[in-house]
Design a protein around this ligand. Structure first.
Ligand code: C2O
Ligand code: CU
Length: 467
Protein backbone atom coordinates (compact mmCIF):
# COMPACT_ATOMS: atom_id res chain seq x y z
CA UNK A 1 0.00 0.00 0.00
CA UNK A 2 2.75 2.39 0.97
CA UNK A 3 4.45 2.47 -2.41
CA UNK A 4 1.36 3.78 -4.19
CA UNK A 5 1.04 6.63 -1.73
CA UNK A 6 4.61 7.72 -2.38
CA UNK A 7 4.03 7.65 -6.10
CA UNK A 8 0.79 9.61 -6.00
CA UNK A 9 1.99 12.30 -3.67
CA UNK A 10 5.70 12.90 -4.23
CA UNK A 11 6.34 12.41 -7.95
CA UNK A 12 3.51 14.58 -9.27
CA UNK A 13 4.53 17.59 -7.15
CA UNK A 14 8.14 17.43 -8.26
CA UNK A 15 6.87 17.37 -11.82
CA UNK A 16 4.54 20.27 -11.29
CA UNK A 17 7.35 22.57 -10.22
CA UNK A 18 9.82 21.41 -12.86
CA UNK A 19 7.10 21.79 -15.49
CA UNK A 20 6.92 25.54 -15.17
CA UNK A 21 10.69 26.03 -15.42
CA UNK A 22 11.33 24.23 -18.68
CA UNK A 23 8.31 25.35 -20.68
CA UNK A 24 9.89 28.09 -22.74
CA UNK A 25 13.22 26.67 -23.81
CA UNK A 26 11.55 23.86 -25.64
CA UNK A 27 10.02 25.29 -28.77
CA UNK A 28 13.34 26.49 -30.17
CA UNK A 29 14.65 22.99 -30.70
CA UNK A 30 12.57 22.28 -33.78
CA UNK A 31 13.95 23.23 -37.16
CA UNK A 32 11.62 22.38 -40.03
CA UNK A 33 13.00 20.44 -42.98
CA UNK A 34 11.58 19.38 -46.31
CA UNK A 35 8.67 17.08 -46.71
CA UNK A 36 9.87 15.32 -49.80
CA UNK A 37 8.79 11.79 -49.10
CA UNK A 38 5.72 10.06 -50.32
CA UNK A 39 4.02 7.26 -48.50
CA UNK A 40 1.17 5.59 -50.29
CA UNK A 41 -1.96 4.28 -48.67
CA UNK A 42 -1.24 1.07 -50.64
CA UNK A 43 1.86 0.48 -48.49
CA UNK A 44 -0.11 0.40 -45.24
CA UNK A 45 -0.44 -2.98 -43.53
CA UNK A 46 -4.25 -2.60 -43.49
CA UNK A 47 -7.04 -1.64 -45.88
CA UNK A 48 -10.78 -1.90 -46.34
CA UNK A 49 -10.97 -4.76 -48.81
CA UNK A 50 -11.78 -7.99 -46.96
CA UNK A 51 -15.45 -8.72 -46.31
CA UNK A 52 -16.68 -12.19 -45.37
CA UNK A 53 -20.37 -11.33 -45.53
CA UNK A 54 -20.93 -13.06 -42.19
CA UNK A 55 -22.81 -11.08 -39.57
CA UNK A 56 -21.74 -11.67 -35.96
CA UNK A 57 -24.38 -10.36 -33.60
CA UNK A 58 -23.97 -9.64 -29.88
CA UNK A 59 -26.24 -8.28 -27.16
CA UNK A 60 -24.58 -5.96 -24.70
CA UNK A 61 -26.08 -4.07 -21.81
CA UNK A 62 -24.60 -1.71 -19.26
CA UNK A 63 -26.01 -2.03 -15.76
CA UNK A 64 -25.02 -2.22 -12.11
CA UNK A 65 -23.30 -5.38 -10.88
CA UNK A 66 -21.45 -6.55 -7.81
CA UNK A 67 -17.86 -7.61 -8.28
CA UNK A 68 -15.29 -9.16 -6.00
CA UNK A 69 -11.61 -8.50 -6.68
CA UNK A 70 -10.28 -10.51 -3.73
CA UNK A 71 -11.32 -11.52 -0.20
CA UNK A 72 -11.82 -7.97 1.04
CA UNK A 73 -12.72 -5.93 -1.98
CA UNK A 74 -16.33 -6.44 -2.99
CA UNK A 75 -18.49 -3.62 -4.22
CA UNK A 76 -21.35 -2.60 -6.44
CA UNK A 77 -20.19 -1.16 -9.72
CA UNK A 78 -21.11 -0.84 -13.41
CA UNK A 79 -20.50 -3.61 -15.92
CA UNK A 80 -21.31 -4.89 -19.39
CA UNK A 81 -23.53 -8.00 -19.14
CA UNK A 82 -22.82 -8.15 -15.40
CA UNK A 83 -19.11 -8.93 -15.74
CA UNK A 84 -15.79 -7.05 -15.53
CA UNK A 85 -14.13 -7.19 -18.00
CA UNK A 86 -17.21 -7.27 -20.20
CA UNK A 87 -17.66 -10.11 -22.70
CA UNK A 88 -14.76 -10.88 -25.02
CA UNK A 89 -16.17 -10.60 -28.53
CA UNK A 90 -14.39 -12.79 -31.10
CA UNK A 91 -14.96 -12.32 -34.80
CA UNK A 92 -13.09 -12.97 -37.99
CA UNK A 93 -11.40 -10.35 -40.16
CA UNK A 94 -13.98 -9.05 -42.63
CA UNK A 95 -17.02 -10.03 -40.55
CA UNK A 96 -19.82 -7.56 -40.00
CA UNK A 97 -20.15 -6.97 -36.26
CA UNK A 98 -23.58 -6.00 -34.97
CA UNK A 99 -23.98 -5.00 -31.34
CA UNK A 100 -27.43 -4.50 -29.88
CA UNK A 101 -26.76 -2.30 -26.92
CA UNK A 102 -29.11 -1.43 -24.04
CA UNK A 103 -28.33 1.25 -21.52
CA UNK A 104 -29.65 0.09 -18.14
CA UNK A 105 -27.65 2.70 -16.23
CA UNK A 106 -29.31 5.80 -14.80
CA UNK A 107 -26.98 8.03 -16.82
CA UNK A 108 -26.14 8.59 -20.50
CA UNK A 109 -23.49 6.48 -22.17
CA UNK A 110 -22.09 5.40 -25.57
CA UNK A 111 -19.70 2.68 -26.74
CA UNK A 112 -16.47 3.48 -28.52
CA UNK A 113 -14.58 0.63 -30.24
CA UNK A 114 -11.01 1.60 -29.49
CA UNK A 115 -8.69 1.10 -32.47
CA UNK A 116 -11.27 -0.34 -34.83
CA UNK A 117 -11.66 1.63 -38.04
CA UNK A 118 -15.44 1.90 -37.89
CA UNK A 119 -17.65 4.13 -40.04
CA UNK A 120 -17.52 7.52 -38.35
CA UNK A 121 -21.11 7.42 -37.09
CA UNK A 122 -20.37 4.16 -35.22
CA UNK A 123 -17.50 5.70 -33.26
CA UNK A 124 -19.42 6.44 -30.08
CA UNK A 125 -18.26 9.98 -29.41
CA UNK A 126 -21.17 11.91 -27.87
CA UNK A 127 -22.29 15.03 -29.72
CA UNK A 128 -19.64 14.43 -32.40
CA UNK A 129 -20.65 11.14 -34.01
CA UNK A 130 -23.90 10.34 -32.18
CA UNK A 131 -26.29 11.64 -29.56
CA UNK A 132 -25.64 10.05 -26.15
CA UNK A 133 -27.70 6.94 -25.41
CA UNK A 134 -30.01 7.81 -22.53
CA UNK A 135 -31.03 5.65 -19.63
CA UNK A 136 -33.36 2.90 -20.84
CA UNK A 137 -32.53 3.45 -24.51
CA UNK A 138 -31.04 1.06 -27.04
CA UNK A 139 -28.64 1.61 -29.92
CA UNK A 140 -27.28 -0.75 -32.57
CA UNK A 141 -23.64 -0.46 -33.53
CA UNK A 142 -22.62 -2.07 -36.80
CA UNK A 143 -19.32 -2.14 -38.65
CA UNK A 144 -17.07 -4.38 -40.71
CA UNK A 145 -14.02 -5.53 -38.74
CA UNK A 146 -11.49 -4.64 -41.43
CA UNK A 147 -8.38 -5.30 -39.38
CA UNK A 148 -7.36 -8.40 -37.49
CA UNK A 149 -6.02 -7.73 -34.02
CA UNK A 150 -6.68 -6.95 -30.38
CA UNK A 151 -9.14 -4.13 -29.67
CA UNK A 152 -11.38 -3.02 -26.86
CA UNK A 153 -14.59 -1.15 -26.22
CA UNK A 154 -15.57 1.35 -23.57
CA UNK A 155 -17.95 4.28 -23.01
CA UNK A 156 -17.05 7.75 -24.22
CA UNK A 157 -19.32 9.66 -21.83
CA UNK A 158 -17.59 10.68 -18.59
CA UNK A 159 -15.10 7.94 -19.38
CA UNK A 160 -13.05 8.66 -16.29
CA UNK A 161 -15.94 7.45 -14.13
CA UNK A 162 -17.62 4.90 -16.43
CA UNK A 163 -14.44 3.05 -17.42
CA UNK A 164 -13.11 3.16 -13.86
CA UNK A 165 -16.32 1.59 -12.56
CA UNK A 166 -15.73 -1.38 -14.87
CA UNK A 167 -17.34 -0.64 -18.22
CA UNK A 168 -14.91 -2.13 -20.71
CA UNK A 169 -14.49 -5.29 -22.73
CA UNK A 170 -12.33 -6.67 -25.51
CA UNK A 171 -12.88 -7.48 -29.14
CA UNK A 172 -10.51 -9.84 -30.88
CA UNK A 173 -10.54 -9.97 -34.67
CA UNK A 174 -8.93 -13.19 -35.83
CA UNK A 175 -7.20 -13.69 -39.14
CA UNK A 176 -7.34 -17.27 -40.45
CA UNK A 177 -3.98 -16.64 -42.16
CA UNK A 178 -2.19 -16.10 -38.85
CA UNK A 179 -0.81 -19.12 -36.99
CA UNK A 180 -3.27 -20.62 -34.58
CA UNK A 181 -1.84 -20.85 -31.09
CA UNK A 182 -2.91 -23.58 -28.71
CA UNK A 183 -3.75 -20.79 -26.26
CA UNK A 184 -4.79 -17.36 -27.46
CA UNK A 185 -5.63 -15.29 -24.40
CA UNK A 186 -6.60 -11.71 -23.72
CA UNK A 187 -4.82 -10.21 -20.70
CA UNK A 188 -6.77 -7.17 -19.55
CA UNK A 189 -4.83 -5.02 -17.08
CA UNK A 190 -6.74 -2.55 -14.93
CA UNK A 191 -6.09 -0.83 -11.64
CA UNK A 192 -8.64 0.20 -9.05
CA UNK A 193 -8.57 2.72 -6.24
CA UNK A 194 -10.03 0.82 -3.33
CA UNK A 195 -10.73 2.39 0.07
CA UNK A 196 -9.81 0.76 3.39
CA UNK A 197 -13.40 -0.52 3.68
CA UNK A 198 -12.98 -2.54 0.48
CA UNK A 199 -15.22 -0.26 -1.62
CA UNK A 200 -14.38 1.60 -4.80
CA UNK A 201 -13.31 5.19 -4.17
CA UNK A 202 -16.08 7.22 -5.82
CA UNK A 203 -14.25 10.53 -5.64
CA UNK A 204 -13.87 10.62 -9.41
CA UNK A 205 -12.36 13.53 -11.26
CA UNK A 206 -10.84 15.23 -8.26
CA UNK A 207 -8.48 18.17 -8.70
CA UNK A 208 -5.43 16.21 -7.61
CA UNK A 209 -5.89 13.47 -10.20
CA UNK A 210 -6.66 15.93 -12.98
CA UNK A 211 -3.68 18.12 -12.14
CA UNK A 212 -1.31 15.16 -11.99
CA UNK A 213 -1.10 11.92 -13.96
CA UNK A 214 -4.74 10.94 -13.50
CA UNK A 215 -6.24 8.34 -11.22
CA UNK A 216 -3.77 5.63 -10.26
CA UNK A 217 -5.29 2.81 -8.26
CA UNK A 218 -3.90 0.67 -5.46
CA UNK A 219 -5.12 -2.73 -6.67
CA UNK A 220 -4.08 -4.13 -10.06
CA UNK A 221 -6.20 -6.82 -11.68
CA UNK A 222 -5.64 -9.11 -14.63
CA UNK A 223 -8.93 -10.14 -16.25
CA UNK A 224 -10.62 -9.10 -12.99
CA UNK A 225 -8.35 -11.08 -10.64
CA UNK A 226 -5.45 -10.07 -8.44
CA UNK A 227 -2.21 -11.87 -9.41
CA UNK A 228 -3.85 -14.80 -11.23
CA UNK A 229 -1.94 -17.87 -12.34
CA UNK A 230 -1.87 -18.96 -15.98
CA UNK A 231 -0.99 -22.54 -16.79
CA UNK A 232 0.89 -23.58 -19.88
CA UNK A 233 2.55 -26.85 -20.85
CA UNK A 234 6.28 -27.35 -21.35
CA UNK A 235 7.25 -26.32 -24.90
CA UNK A 236 3.84 -24.77 -25.48
CA UNK A 237 3.56 -21.67 -27.63
CA UNK A 238 0.89 -19.16 -26.58
CA UNK A 239 -0.36 -15.77 -27.72
CA UNK A 240 -1.12 -13.26 -24.97
CA UNK A 241 -3.00 -10.15 -26.03
CA UNK A 242 -2.35 -7.40 -23.47
CA UNK A 243 -4.86 -4.56 -23.16
CA UNK A 244 -4.40 -1.66 -20.75
CA UNK A 245 -7.86 -0.46 -19.68
CA UNK A 246 -6.61 1.56 -16.70
CA UNK A 247 -7.68 5.19 -16.46
CA UNK A 248 -4.13 6.42 -16.11
CA UNK A 249 -1.52 3.86 -15.10
CA UNK A 250 1.23 2.86 -17.52
CA UNK A 251 2.79 -0.62 -17.26
CA UNK A 252 6.34 -1.36 -18.37
CA UNK A 253 6.23 -5.07 -19.02
CA UNK A 254 8.92 -7.40 -17.74
CA UNK A 255 8.72 -11.04 -18.79
CA UNK A 256 11.85 -12.10 -16.88
CA UNK A 257 13.49 -15.17 -18.42
CA UNK A 258 10.42 -16.13 -20.46
CA UNK A 259 11.03 -16.41 -24.20
CA UNK A 260 8.73 -13.65 -25.49
CA UNK A 261 8.37 -11.74 -28.78
CA UNK A 262 6.10 -8.79 -29.50
CA UNK A 263 4.11 -9.50 -32.67
CA UNK A 264 1.44 -6.78 -32.74
CA UNK A 265 0.95 -3.31 -31.29
CA UNK A 266 -2.47 -1.65 -30.99
CA UNK A 267 -3.94 -4.47 -33.05
CA UNK A 268 -1.71 -4.23 -36.13
CA UNK A 269 0.98 -6.86 -36.78
CA UNK A 270 4.47 -5.40 -36.47
CA UNK A 271 6.96 -4.89 -39.31
CA UNK A 272 9.69 -6.58 -37.26
CA UNK A 273 9.06 -8.55 -34.12
CA UNK A 274 10.82 -7.16 -31.06
CA UNK A 275 11.65 -7.83 -27.43
CA UNK A 276 8.57 -6.81 -25.40
CA UNK A 277 10.59 -6.28 -22.23
CA UNK A 278 10.50 -2.60 -21.42
CA UNK A 279 7.51 -1.87 -23.67
CA UNK A 280 5.42 0.89 -22.11
CA UNK A 281 1.80 -0.20 -22.24
CA UNK A 282 -0.01 3.12 -21.74
CA UNK A 283 -3.76 3.44 -21.20
CA UNK A 284 -5.47 2.35 -24.41
CA UNK A 285 -2.45 0.45 -25.80
CA UNK A 286 -2.44 -3.22 -26.75
CA UNK A 287 0.51 -5.53 -27.19
CA UNK A 288 0.35 -9.08 -28.57
CA UNK A 289 3.13 -11.34 -27.37
CA UNK A 290 4.22 -14.76 -28.62
CA UNK A 291 5.55 -16.84 -25.72
CA UNK A 292 7.36 -20.15 -25.97
CA UNK A 293 7.47 -22.07 -22.70
CA UNK A 294 10.73 -23.77 -21.74
CA UNK A 295 11.03 -27.54 -21.84
CA UNK A 296 10.90 -27.74 -18.06
CA UNK A 297 8.60 -27.22 -15.14
CA UNK A 298 9.12 -23.60 -14.04
CA UNK A 299 7.26 -20.57 -12.70
CA UNK A 300 7.58 -17.00 -13.98
CA UNK A 301 6.14 -13.77 -12.65
CA UNK A 302 5.24 -11.14 -15.24
CA UNK A 303 5.90 -7.72 -13.76
CA UNK A 304 5.43 -4.02 -14.34
CA UNK A 305 8.30 -1.61 -13.68
CA UNK A 306 7.03 1.72 -15.00
CA UNK A 307 7.16 3.72 -11.80
CA UNK A 308 10.59 2.50 -10.76
CA UNK A 309 9.50 -0.33 -8.51
CA UNK A 310 8.01 -3.73 -9.29
CA UNK A 311 4.36 -4.66 -9.41
CA UNK A 312 3.62 -8.34 -9.89
CA UNK A 313 0.94 -8.71 -12.57
CA UNK A 314 0.43 -12.44 -13.00
CA UNK A 315 2.12 -15.80 -12.71
CA UNK A 316 2.88 -18.14 -15.59
CA UNK A 317 3.20 -21.70 -14.41
CA UNK A 318 4.83 -24.06 -16.89
CA UNK A 319 3.55 -27.50 -15.97
CA UNK A 320 5.06 -30.93 -16.39
CA UNK A 321 2.78 -31.85 -19.22
CA UNK A 322 4.77 -31.48 -22.41
CA UNK A 323 3.66 -30.73 -25.95
CA UNK A 324 5.66 -30.88 -29.17
CA UNK A 325 7.39 -27.60 -29.93
CA UNK A 326 5.29 -25.74 -32.49
CA UNK A 327 7.65 -24.49 -35.13
CA UNK A 328 5.78 -21.81 -37.06
CA UNK A 329 7.28 -18.42 -37.93
CA UNK A 330 6.49 -15.39 -35.82
CA UNK A 331 3.64 -13.54 -37.53
CA UNK A 332 4.61 -10.22 -39.10
CA UNK A 333 2.86 -7.78 -41.43
CA UNK A 334 3.34 -8.41 -45.14
CA UNK A 335 4.08 -4.81 -46.03
CA UNK A 336 4.92 -1.62 -44.25
CA UNK A 337 5.29 2.01 -45.30
CA UNK A 338 8.79 3.43 -45.11
CA UNK A 339 8.49 6.44 -42.82
CA UNK A 340 12.14 6.46 -41.87
CA UNK A 341 12.83 10.09 -42.68
CA UNK A 342 14.71 12.86 -40.99
CA UNK A 343 13.69 15.96 -42.94
CA UNK A 344 10.04 16.77 -42.89
CA UNK A 345 7.52 19.49 -42.30
CA UNK A 346 5.11 19.20 -39.42
CA UNK A 347 1.64 19.51 -40.89
CA UNK A 348 -0.34 19.73 -37.64
CA UNK A 349 0.84 20.53 -34.18
CA UNK A 350 -1.12 19.74 -31.05
CA UNK A 351 0.34 21.51 -28.04
CA UNK A 352 -0.71 19.80 -24.83
CA UNK A 353 -1.00 21.68 -21.60
CA UNK A 354 -2.05 20.69 -18.20
CA UNK A 355 -3.06 22.21 -14.92
CA UNK A 356 -4.30 25.69 -15.89
CA UNK A 357 -7.18 27.22 -13.96
CA UNK A 358 -10.57 27.30 -15.65
CA UNK A 359 -13.36 29.83 -15.21
CA UNK A 360 -14.88 27.91 -12.33
CA UNK A 361 -11.55 27.56 -10.51
CA UNK A 362 -11.44 24.05 -11.84
CA UNK A 363 -8.25 22.64 -13.35
CA UNK A 364 -8.33 22.38 -17.13
CA UNK A 365 -6.22 20.43 -19.57
CA UNK A 366 -5.92 21.85 -23.05
CA UNK A 367 -4.88 21.17 -26.64
CA UNK A 368 -3.69 24.29 -28.47
CA UNK A 369 -5.03 26.37 -25.61
CA UNK A 370 -8.60 25.06 -25.73
CA UNK A 371 -10.34 22.79 -23.27
CA UNK A 372 -12.95 20.50 -24.84
CA UNK A 373 -15.86 21.00 -25.63
CA UNK A 374 -14.06 24.05 -27.00
CA UNK A 375 -11.47 23.16 -29.60
CA UNK A 376 -9.52 24.61 -32.48
CA UNK A 377 -10.71 23.04 -35.72
CA UNK A 378 -8.10 21.00 -37.57
CA UNK A 379 -8.13 18.58 -40.45
CA UNK A 380 -6.05 15.95 -42.23
CA UNK A 381 -6.19 14.98 -45.89
CA UNK A 382 -7.33 11.50 -46.76
CA UNK A 383 -4.79 9.19 -48.44
CA UNK A 384 -1.93 11.65 -48.02
CA UNK A 385 1.15 11.35 -45.87
CA UNK A 386 1.23 13.96 -43.11
CA UNK A 387 3.18 14.57 -39.94
CA UNK A 388 1.50 15.35 -36.63
CA UNK A 389 3.43 16.77 -33.69
CA UNK A 390 2.46 16.44 -30.05
CA UNK A 391 4.39 18.81 -27.83
CA UNK A 392 4.34 18.60 -24.08
CA UNK A 393 6.00 21.35 -22.04
CA UNK A 394 5.17 19.88 -18.63
CA UNK A 395 6.23 16.90 -16.56
CA UNK A 396 2.81 15.30 -16.94
CA UNK A 397 2.47 12.29 -19.25
CA UNK A 398 -0.12 12.10 -22.03
CA UNK A 399 -0.93 8.90 -23.95
CA UNK A 400 -2.46 10.52 -27.04
CA UNK A 401 -5.08 8.52 -28.92
CA UNK A 402 -6.46 9.31 -32.34
CA UNK A 403 -9.71 7.56 -33.25
CA UNK A 404 -10.14 5.68 -36.49
CA UNK A 405 -6.47 5.81 -37.60
CA UNK A 406 -3.09 4.24 -37.08
CA UNK A 407 0.14 6.19 -37.18
CA UNK A 408 3.84 5.59 -36.79
CA UNK A 409 6.21 7.39 -34.44
CA UNK A 410 9.00 9.00 -36.51
CA UNK A 411 10.77 11.24 -33.98
CA UNK A 412 10.99 12.01 -30.31
CA UNK A 413 12.42 15.38 -29.25
CA UNK A 414 13.53 15.98 -32.83
CA UNK A 415 15.57 12.76 -33.01
CA UNK A 416 14.44 10.19 -35.59
CA UNK A 417 13.12 6.94 -34.25
CA UNK A 418 11.98 3.99 -36.29
CA UNK A 419 9.46 2.03 -34.25
CA UNK A 420 8.86 -1.16 -36.24
CA UNK A 421 5.09 -0.93 -35.79
CA UNK A 422 2.02 1.31 -36.08
CA UNK A 423 -0.01 2.58 -33.13
CA UNK A 424 -3.26 4.28 -32.29
CA UNK A 425 -2.04 5.58 -28.92
CA UNK A 426 1.38 7.04 -28.19
CA UNK A 427 2.72 7.90 -24.77
CA UNK A 428 4.08 11.43 -24.76
CA UNK A 429 6.42 11.65 -21.78
CA UNK A 430 7.07 14.73 -19.67
CA UNK A 431 8.83 17.53 -21.61
CA UNK A 432 8.70 15.45 -24.76
CA UNK A 433 7.77 16.25 -28.35
CA UNK A 434 6.62 13.30 -30.43
CA UNK A 435 6.21 13.39 -34.22
CA UNK A 436 4.10 10.76 -35.95
CA UNK A 437 3.60 9.99 -39.62
CA UNK A 438 0.09 9.19 -40.78
CA UNK A 439 -1.81 8.36 -43.95
CA UNK A 440 -5.50 8.57 -42.97
CA UNK A 441 -7.72 6.32 -45.05
CA UNK A 442 -11.07 6.79 -43.32
CA UNK A 443 -12.91 10.08 -43.49
CA UNK A 444 -14.95 11.70 -40.75
CA UNK A 445 -14.71 13.64 -37.51
CA UNK A 446 -12.34 11.75 -35.26
CA UNK A 447 -11.64 12.42 -31.60
CA UNK A 448 -8.04 13.01 -30.58
CA UNK A 449 -7.47 12.97 -26.84
CA UNK A 450 -5.29 12.01 -23.95
CA UNK A 451 -6.18 8.51 -22.75
CA UNK A 452 -5.52 9.48 -19.15
CA UNK A 453 -9.24 9.78 -18.74
CA UNK A 454 -9.05 12.49 -16.06
CA UNK A 455 -7.05 14.64 -18.49
CA UNK A 456 -9.55 13.99 -21.28
CA UNK A 457 -12.44 14.85 -18.96
CA UNK A 458 -10.71 18.10 -17.98
CA UNK A 459 -10.55 19.11 -21.64
CA UNK A 460 -7.56 17.42 -23.30
CA UNK A 461 -9.53 16.41 -26.35
CA UNK A 462 -10.13 17.80 -29.81
CA UNK A 463 -11.76 16.67 -33.05
CA UNK A 464 -9.80 16.14 -36.26
CA UNK A 465 -11.65 16.10 -39.54
CA UNK A 466 -10.26 13.69 -42.15
CA UNK A 467 -11.43 14.81 -45.58
CU1 C2O B 1 -10.13 4.39 -25.91
CU2 C2O B 1 -11.45 7.98 -27.31
O1 C2O B 1 -10.80 6.19 -26.58
CU1 CU C 1 -2.83 13.53 -20.41
Amino acid sequence: MKKYVVLLVVLPFVGFIAGSLVTNTFENRYIPGNNDISVNAADLPYDNTVKTGTIKEFDLSASTATIQLNDNDRFETWAYNGQVPGPELRVEKGDTVRINFTNNLLVDTTIHFHGIRVPNKMDGVPDVTQTPIQSGETFTYEFVAHDAGTFWYHPHVRGNEQVERGLYGTIVVEDPNEPSYSQDKVIVIDDWRILANGKLDENFNNMHDIGHDGRWGNVITINGYVLPEMNISSNERVRYRFVNTSNARVYTLDFGELNAHAIAVDGVLVRDTFDPNGFELAPGNRLDVDITAPDSNETFVIKDRFAGFENDLFVVHVGEERVDLQNFELPQAEKYPDMNISNYIVDREYALDQGGMGMMHNIVATINGQAYPNYQESSLSKNEFQVIRFSNPSARIHPMHLHGQFFKVIARNGVSVDEPFMRDTVLVHGFETVDVGIVPIDGGDWALHCHILEHAEAGMMTVVEVK
